[in-house]
Design a protein around this ligand. Structure first.
Ligand code: AMP
Ligand code: GLY
Length: 426
């Protein structure tokens, strides 16, 4: 099969690597890809939102399956366009991807189908939003309704912060039309867990759990980022919690989306908060998470293409998915300045790891490019170093040993990835 992976992050490098392990993958394209995907795939320089060009490329090159990584092309209807052209695509339709594309839509689905989530109100009118803010006070969370590259969520501890957030979204329009509507919701406290499920719209199979680390600095300090590291499994996601989430989150949402005429196919990502009043959904994403993918797919035993084709052909009920017992940890190395301004083009030096580390670790690329034969930084999150181990503790030791083999000027990484898991271990 010829398979095309859309995207250029750590998630897509991981997808290319895992797909390359399948005997069914004869040729892989990464669009646009990065320096890491180039090891497994031919990089195609088309932007992820150029959906017409992507379809043309797939027709010309007889691509059999397209795997869509990021949310933007999903919400633009890339999967719908590919299907109309007779090309199999893994990912939700535009109508289904609205579960990520509009926070207001996602809250309405949760409300309608009884999925536990934070209390909320949506507003298109700034005065009404302000009035509601004064009524509920701080802390609260303000979210731009539309896609904002993960930057449209403001956790506000004071009313001033909330007013500033509202002004940034609706007044200054920092996120453009994504801020035509805001969702203001109750602030929740607890442990965050990410759980992704494969679904063909009727059947779903949850993947192993993971925990992301959103803040830039150790001990969850500093600004929010796209994710500075992850580990799997998340020990706070116990069997009881999992049973609850299957029954009250995945089941009703997948059935609900079908009832709404928005059959949901692909990966449904539930961002959960485990509060002392039970599990609440923070958000849904319409795709694999980044860096969750790095720790989830390195634990997947089954052939990913088999699973994806079962989703596309709506026969997931015939699939049996198996996972490795080993834990996995991913540490993101970011460019100096990230999540603020940073520069590209810094050369990256990779040293050979010793044999023991080499066989259980991976250097997944995110923001990298090859310039004049040299791998250089090309983004804020540069690399997702990932390692497995028989326990989380061993995976942590392995991952930091591998981190030591990679360097670039100004490289930053957290040194406490996975630490929270150790507190929960029996
Ligand atoms: P989202 O994009 O909706 O997942 O939000 C990004 C991050 O903001 C989440 O990973 C949480 O850390 C935080 N967040 C979102 N909603 C809430 C909430 N209701 N209470 C507390 N934190 C939240
Ligand atoms: N790691 C969070 C996300 O992919 O949205």
């Amino acid at each position: 099969m010829k398979i095309l992976v859309v995207g250029n992050g750590g998630r897509e490098h991981t997808l290319c690597w895992k797909i390359s392990e399948s005997t069914k993958a004869d040729k892989i394209y990464a669009l646009p890809g990065n320096a890491g995907t180039a090891d497994y795939a031919e990089n195609v320089s088309i932007a992820v939102d150029e959906t017409n060009q992507i379809v043309d490329f797939c027709i010309e090159n007889e691509v059999n399956l397209v795997v869509v990584g990021p949310e933007l092309p999903l919400t633009l209807g890339l999967v719908d366009q590919l299907e109309a052209a007779g090309i199999d695509a893994f990912g939700p339709s535009a109508l289904a991807a609205e579960i990520e594309g509009s926070k207001d839509f996602s809250k309405r689905i949760m409300e309608k189908y009884g999925v536990p989530t934070a209390k909320y109100q949506s507003f298109t009118n700034v005065q009404r939003a302000e009035a509601y803010l004064s009524e509920i006070g701080a802390p609260c969370v303000i979210k731009a309704d539309g896609l904002a590259s993960g930057k449209g969520v403001f956790v506000c501890l004071t009313i001033e912060e909330a007013q500033n957030a509202l002004n940034e979204i609706m007044g200054e329009k920092s996120f453009g039309d994504a801020g035509n509507r805001v969702v203001i919701e109750e602030y929740l406290e607890g442990q965050e867990v990410s759980v992704l499920a494969f679904t063909d719209g009727k059947t779903y199979i949850p993947m192993v759990s993971a925990q992301d680390h959103k803040r830039i600095f150790n001990e969850d300090q500093g600004l929010n980022t796209g994710g500075m590291g992850a580990y799997s499994p998340a020990p706070m996601y116990t069997e009881d919690v999992e049973a609850f989430v299957n029954q009250y989150v995945f089941e009703p949402v997948i059935k609900g989306m079908e009832k709404e005429g928005r059959l949901y196919k692909g990966v449904l990502y539930a961002g959960l908060m485990l509060t002392d009043k039970g599990v609440k959904v923070l958000e849904f994403n319409a795709r694999f998470g980044d860096p969750e993918t790095q720790v989830v797919l390195t634990r997947l035993d089954s052939d990913l293409i088999d699973i994806m084709m079962a989703v596309v052909e709506e026969r997931l009920d015939t699939m049996d998915i198996t996972w490795k017992e080993d834990a996995a940890v991913c540490v993101v190395m970011s460019a100096a300045g990230y999540p603020g301004a940073y520069k590209n083009g810094t050369p990256i030096v990779f040293k050979e790891p010793d044999a023991e580390i080499a066989h259980n670790s991976f250097v997944f690329h995110a923001g990298t490019a090859i310039v004049d034969g040299q791998v250089v930084t090309n983004g804020g999150r540069v690399l997702g170093i990932t390692a497995t181990g028989s326990t989380i503790k061993k995976a942590i030791d392995n991952v930091y040993r591998r981190v030591e083999t990679v360097d670039f000027a100004g490289a930053h990484y957290r040194t406490d990835i996975g630490k929270k898991a150790l507190l929960y271990q029996k």
